[in-house]
Design a protein around this ligand. Structure first.
Ligand code: THU
Length: 135
């Protein structure tokens, strides 16, 4: 069962920075790390994994949602993403959609302008609630 909890943003930042150090980014030379707090208190992380076929690159958020699912699933309550210098990075458009799928109600994201909600960074989103299967 997912429960709302206080967010330790410093711990999420540290986990994102640690994840970023695992990045495989020989083409862009732009390492990215992401970390998120789940509803049952886990921290899941991801780094970007590039490919010689550039368009096949996995963003850090893609690896993060894979880890979420592989370690028990659940919902994302809070999210933090960093670039190679540890600066806050906004998730790209595709990754906002990936995160939206697994958002907890009121999910928060650290941004360069402070904490925002998932609904603020992906307004009017298309999601599982629009599909017959999930109604
Ligand atoms: N990247 C991410 O990992 N997440 C984002 O949200 C933005 C972009 C990666 C993809 C690529 O490896 C590098 O950053 C440069 O675009």
């Amino acid at each position: 069962m997912d429960n709302r909890q206080d967010v330790d943003w410093a711990a999420l930042e540290a986990a994102a920075v640690a994840a970023m150090k695992n990045a495989y980014a020989p083409y862009s030379k732009f390492p990215v790390g992401a970390a998120a707090l789940t509803g049952n208190g886990r921290i899941v992380t991801g780094c970007n994994v590039e490919n010689a076929s550039y368009g096949l690159t996995l963003c850090a958020e893609c690896v993060l949602v894979g880890e979420l699912q592989m370690t028990g699933g659940g919902q994302l309550q809070a999210f933090y993403c960093v670039d190679g210098e540890g600066n806050v990075l906004m998730p790209c458009g595709r990754c906002r959609q990936l995160l939206y799928e697994f958002r907890a109600p009121g999910m928060q994201l650290m941004t360069s302008q402070g904490i925002k909600t998932m609904d603020q960074v992906l307004p009017d989103a298309f999601g599982p609630e629009h599909l017959e299967e999930t109604r």
